[in-house]
Design a protein. Structure first.
Length: 206
């Protein structure tokens, strides 16, 4: 590895935000999953979660579509919503769902600087009632047009960039946040060319 490459990996790891993640519930289009992972990498998200209990053969197309981005962001697949939520809640303090409805605050009025899992539903129906019940709070993305929804990958991107803006303002990108063990594990995977999806996991998350 060249010194320049090593420096680049270290600089990216310095900006990772281990207390911010994304949960996708039955997102059907594999290209949307790939786009979400690319945005996660750009913002510094370490891992993302996909619940796929209503999608057949999800591993086959999910791996192919997200393979390039998954080198940098670990994607956990679950076909059991409860199992996914148990893992997410053990790692993140709040689940905030993207939704529409009375008395839901705008994304711009929400706070994303704490330990947060951002939850997005599928392209057509949004979040299921089960997931709505599981969320600790909600936000909506303000829009001025006739159409009241965005493509799921776009919705995720604008929310993550608002989270990044808030976190930069709060100084959360100024100092490394990954613990020593996780940083060393990820660095070893990146430097050896093993993707996060190919890397061995210490838990059975599927």
């Amino acid at each position: 590895m060249t010194p320049e490459r090593k420096q680049r990996l270290e600089a990216v790891l310095d900006k990772r935000q281990p207390d911010l993640t994304v949960v996708l519930e039955n997102v059907f289009d594999p290209h949307n999953i790939a786009a979400v992972l690319r945005t996660c990498d750009a913002v510094g998200v370490v891992e993302a979660f996909a619940i796929t209990d209503r999608i057949p053969h999800r591993k086959a197309w999910g791996f192919r579509s997200s393979r390039s981005a998954s080198k940098w962001v670990k994607l956990h697949y679950f076909d059991d919503r409860a199992a996914c939520l148990n893992i997410v809640r053990s790692r993140y303090q709040r689940l905030l769902g993207a939704s529409l409805g009375a008395n839901i605050p705008s994304m711009l009025e929400s706070t994303f600087t704490g330990s947060t899992a951002l939850v997005f539903g599928n392209e057509k129906y949004g979040l299921s009632q089960e997931m709505l019940n599981a969320c600790d709070g909600f936000f909506y993305i303000p829009q001025q047009g006739m159409i009241h929804s965005l493509n799921i990958s776009v919705a995720c991107a604008v929310t993550l960039y608002e989270a990044m803006r808030q976190r930069k303002t709060a100084g959360l990108y100024d100092l490394p946040a990954l613990n020593t063990e996780d940083r060393g594990r990820i660095y070893l995977q990146w430097s050896s060319g093993i993707s996060e999806e190919e890397a061995p996991d210490d838990q059975d998350l599927t």
